[in-house]
Design a protein around this ligand. Structure first.
Ligand code: PLP
Length: 287
């Protein structure tokens, strides 16, 4: 759902923020029963568990704002669907697609393309659910109709005209990944890049990985906390002034932190060079 106003400088009114949260969590949809939402502290993750009466289990493969990755494992075998938002994971983390019913993503992260278009790998059970709900009396706007999306995709069509550049970039990226060995290769490469940063932070006297449990650390988005004696925003600013961009943290997290994408397109050697550059800034900033 688009934000109601384009003036992003003003913080939303508290009630608007509540409405947005409810929309995000599915609470605002009158035809859905209240969801059971499992929260976790930023930097950690919650684990889905079998709950009687739940017909969809849903979570992100990779939490892009905090740098937490989740395991992809089917929760229940009783017909409940496992639905995964994979936008920042797809193409960069290896996984078993048979553990999901809907694995959906936009291609603007590891897949090196642009936003505005979504893809989904769906199981027969997910298609059956889509057909069943479409055949019920529930009103579904065209734009949100999954049946429409499925029917169109079978004809190699989309509801709205997609930008060709998006498809061209995605196609090149997929060929590049496949030519190099596919998703297993891509996952190995992001693991190598991210591990270089985690190892550096573990060994550093002023930096620590924000995600404390190594098993929860994302291979594609690395978040590094800094000691209070260090101004992380200052490091990011110095890096930017020297042509090394996009190390700033997720603003709403409000931490003394750098956040670094280690998407598959990024050369592991460039990540190692970034580490040397951060060390250089730390040694020469007089902090
Ligand atoms: C970036 C991201 C999104 C947002 O993708 P849009 O194409 O802008 O909707 C959603 N979920 C995750 C996990 C992301 O990383």
């Amino acid at each position: 759902m688009p934000p109601p106003s384009a003036s992003s400088s003003d913080a939303p009114e508290p009630d608007l923020r509540r409405v947005r949260r409810e929309v995000r969590q599915g609470r605002a949809a009158p035809w859905l029963e209240a969801p059971d939402v499992r929260a976790a502290e930023p930097g950690s993750r919650a684990q889905a568990e079998i709950i009687e009466g739940i017909d969809v289990y849903a979570w992100p493969h990779n939490e892009t704002s905090t740098g937490v990755a989740a395991t992809i494992e089917r929760v229940a075998a009783d017909g409940a669907l496992t639905v995964i938002d994979a936008t920042s994971a797809a193409g960069g983390i290896d996984f078993d697609v048979t553990q999901t019913d809907v694995y959906y993503f936009a291609p603007q992260k590891n897949l090196g393309s642009d936003g505005g278009l979504w893809f989904a790998a769906m199981s027969p059970a997910a298609i059956e659910r889509i057909e069943r709900i479409a055949a019920s009396n529930r009103y579904i706007p065209e734009f949100l109709s999954l049946k429409n999306a499925v029917d169109n995709s079978r004809l190699n069509q989309t509801l709205n005209t997609p930008a060709l550049t998006t498809l061209h970039l995605l196609d090149s990226q997929l060929q590049w990944i496949n030519d190099n060995g596919g998703l297993a290769w891509a996952g190995g490469r992001t693991a190598e890049s991210s591990q270089a940063l985690y190892d550096w932070a573990e060994a550093s006297e002023v930096a620590t990985p924000f995600v404390t449990d190594p098993a929860h650390r994302s291979p594609v988005v690395v978040t590094i906390d800094f000691d209070d004696s260090i101004d992380a925003a200052g490091i990011a600013k110095t890096l930017r002034a020297n042509g090394i961009v996009d190390t700033e943290p997720y603003r709403k997290l409000g931490r003394n932190q750098l956040r670094i994408a280690t998407f598959v397109s990024i050369e592991p050697d460039d990540v190692r060079q970034l580490i040397r550059s951060i060390d250089y800034v730390l040694e020469n900033s007089g902090a």
